[in-house]
Design a binder for this molecule. Structure first.
Ligand SMILES: [Fe+2]
Length: 330
């Protein structure tokens, strides 16, 4: 893909020097890129908030916020972290580059910027961005489908969102690495996507299911895993989807896994799923209070169903007022 094949890509140039901005703008406009420019770091962040930016070229030394600070802010926000950032640094400033890598920069350009090098970097990073956007589109479709299942059932409003927040809170308390926290956030929304294949008369049946209906219902973790399996970015989400109905004593489904054979991430989602179900109103009962829900969970722990450490951890988190201000896109 050349610049002329992707004329709508928008490149942000942030530099406090007028001549530098003008030169870079000229190079990019000739290749039909849309250019927005900022004179300092604060303005650069405003540009991101105001509209679509596909790639950012940030001068390192800028007033108000430096290129490092802007880069760090962008890379720590789930909504902007996939936008490629190129830091423009002075010649051979190794320390700048090390710091830039720490801040999450995708690439570097040395001053004075050479036109051919600039255009090659921009082309290559935008190609990558294009693939990331495609992937995000596929994920967005899956999330919308998952939320459409939730929307069918008036008693589960907000369930997915709460699950994401509770499970990420637990994951943080347990010190799980970033990729597993992200997987849990996604799984909170998407874990029941296999219910798409369950007929509505079973899905929304107010009374108990017949044994045949149960057989169909119990397929949903397997079907969900199959629906999401083509997405490589979901590889840590798949085990959560498949195993979110397992029980520690092996009486759960679909695989009857026991104890620690059930992935920790799946056990986390199960714990918060049960807690949320208990504390939400159902057609056949009122919502339980938090204390009542934990009493029920503990009783079921003694039956060998749930992970006692995770139940304790969830109670401790909620007692401490978490999850508080959990933000972020899925
Ligand atoms: Fe489920």
């Amino acid at each position: 893909m050349s610049g002329t094949e992707n004329p709508r890509a928008t490149v942000l140039i942030a530099d406090d020097s007028d001549p530098n901005r003008e030169i870079l703008t000229e190079f990019l406009r000739r290749e039909n890129y849309t250019v927005v420019s900022a004179e300092d770091g604060e303005q650069a962040l405003t540009c991101f908030r105001q509209g679509r930016v596909d790639l950012a070229l940030l001068d390192v030394m800028m007033p108000r916020l430096t290129g490092f600070e802007v880069c760090k802010t962008l890379k720590s926000n789930p909504e902007t972290r996939l936008i490629p950032v190129v830091l423009v640094t002075g010649l051979s400033q190794t320390q700048d580059r090390v710091r830039g890598i720490d801040c999450g920069a995708d690439d570097f350009l040395s001053k004075p910027v050479v036109k051919e090098e600039l255009l090659a970097r921009v082309r290559s990073l935008l190609r990558l961005k294009h693939f990331t956007d495609e992937l995000e589109n596929a994920e967005t479709v899956l999330f919308s489908l998952a939320l459409s299942i939730e929307a069918k059932d008036p008693y589960t409003g907000g369930h997915c969102d709460r699950l994401s927040k509770y499970s990420v809170t637990l994951a943080e308390r347990l010190g799980l690495k970033e990729e597993l926290r992200v997987a849990l956030r996604r799984a909170g929304v998407i874990h029941d996507i296999g219910k798409l294949a369950v007929p509505e008369h079973i899905l929304l049946k107010p009374g108990p299911l017949s044994p045949e209906e149960w057989l169909i219902m119990k397929q949903h973790p397997v079907l969900g895993e199959r629906i999401c399996s083509p997405l490589k970015s979901f590889r840590h989400v798949l085990p959560i989807i498949r195993h979110h109905h397992e029980k520690l004593d092996g009486t759960g489904y679909p695989d009857g896994l026991k104890g620690e054979k059930i992935p920790l991430t799946a056990r986390i989602l199960t714990t918060v799923d049960i807690y949320d179900a208990l504390t939400t109103e159902r057609p056949y009962r009122e919502a339980l209070s938090s204390e009542e829900a934990f009493a029920t969970l503990r009783e079921e722990v003694t039956r060998g169903w749930w992970d006692p450490d995770l139940v304790n951890e969830l109670e401790a988190a909620l007692t401490a007022g978490e999850p508080a201000f959990l933000k972020g896109a899925l």
